[in-house]
Design a protein around this ligand. Structure first.
Ligand SMILES: Nc1ncnc2c1ncn2[C@@H]1O[C@H](COP(=O)(O)OP(=O)(O)OP(=O)(O)O)[C@@H](O)[C@H]1O
Ligand SMILES: [Mg+2]
Length: 261
């Protein structure tokens, strides 16, 4: 769209047109219209083109607003994306990284389990994927095992577990980051089981942990853990990260902080 090269002051829209655009809730079209119309007049556009450009502007504005709202609602932790991700510093094979970044597995409601030692990029990689899911027009619900347990616990207290689970699983990708730093009790295992069961073969669930999901029964009550992991792994990509902590590498190289002056 070529609206930036027009004469400085595009005449404002007539009041009645502004009023109807407000009534029809077309804020992006309304904002763009004066310049688009000025350009259209100057360049003798076909009327079809005018309509197309104006409606495309409204559609673009709405899509952007939806994505911004979903990014906020997703609760992603640190704003880490693929921009700051170094493919070659990760122990995940590059072809695997690329295949996951296509998000086809999300379309197929397959799961993802990333396990490995601390500081090996599990959370960063998953957050980068989550941003990509939102950019692709889908929704994400991000939890840690702790925040999931708290959310389900609150819902249990006022009898709205079903509703809460339904709301969480509206997202195409649900994340439980950081399972198994500390032993978790019955409440956490129950919350995790409920989520795994509700997403089973319907939604993508992604988890990160320091231990392989097959070992979750060592940090959670065994019966629930076994039932949850059975469903989780049935259609799951299992990724193992390895190596030393990139936090440690940064710290020992003096890249972890901005030098004091
Ligand atoms: N391949 C990478 N490219 C760029 N930065 C990376 C990469 N891998 C890790 N990092 C950075 O290293 C730090 C640790 O990574 P991250 O938090 O993802 O680790 P983790 O595996 O989730 O660790 P933990 O098990 O302790 O939660 C972060 O600051 C992250 O941005
Ligand atoms: Mg992490």
């Amino acid at each position: 769209m070529n609206t930036t090269t027009t004469a400085p002051a595009a005449p404002p829209l007539p009041d009645d047109l502004t009023a109807v655009l407000k009534r029809m809730r077309m804020p992006y079209l309304r904002t763009a219209a004066p310049e688009v119309l000025a350009t259209a007049r100057a360049q003798r556009w076909d009327p079809t083109e005018v309509l197309r450009v104006l409606l495309a502007e409204e559609a673009r504005g709405r899509d952007e607003a939806t994505k911004a709202a979903r990014r906020k609602a997703a609760g992603l932790p640190a704003g880490k994306t693929f921009e700051s991700w170094r493919e070659s510093d990760s122990s995940i094979p590059v072809p695997t990284q690329s295949a996951l970044a296509t998000l086809e597995w999300v379309g197929r409601a397959e799961n993802l389990a990333i396990s490995g030692p601390s500081g090996t990029g599990k959370t960063h990689f998953l957050e980068a994927l989550a941003h990509q899911v939102i950019d692709a027009g889908m929704r994400v619900s991000w939890f840690t095992l702790e925040s999931l347990t708290a959310a389900i616990g609150r819902a249990g207290a006022d009898g709205s577990i079903g509703k809460t689970i339904a709301r969480i699983t509206r997202a195409e990708l649900i994340v439980v980051d950081d399972i198994g730093m500390l032993p978790s009790g019955q409440a956490a295992a129950e919350a995790f089981y409920r989520l795994v069961d509700a997403t089973y073969e319907r939604r993508s669930l992604a988890v990160t942990s320091n231990i392989h999901p097959a070992g979750f029964d060592t940090i959670m009550p065994k019966t629930l853990a076994t039932a949850a992991v059975d469903r989780l792994l049935h259609h799951a990509h299992v990724i193992i990260t390895e190596g030393t902590s990139l936090r440690l590498t940064d710290a020992t190289a003096g890249r972890g902080v901005v030098p004091l002056t």
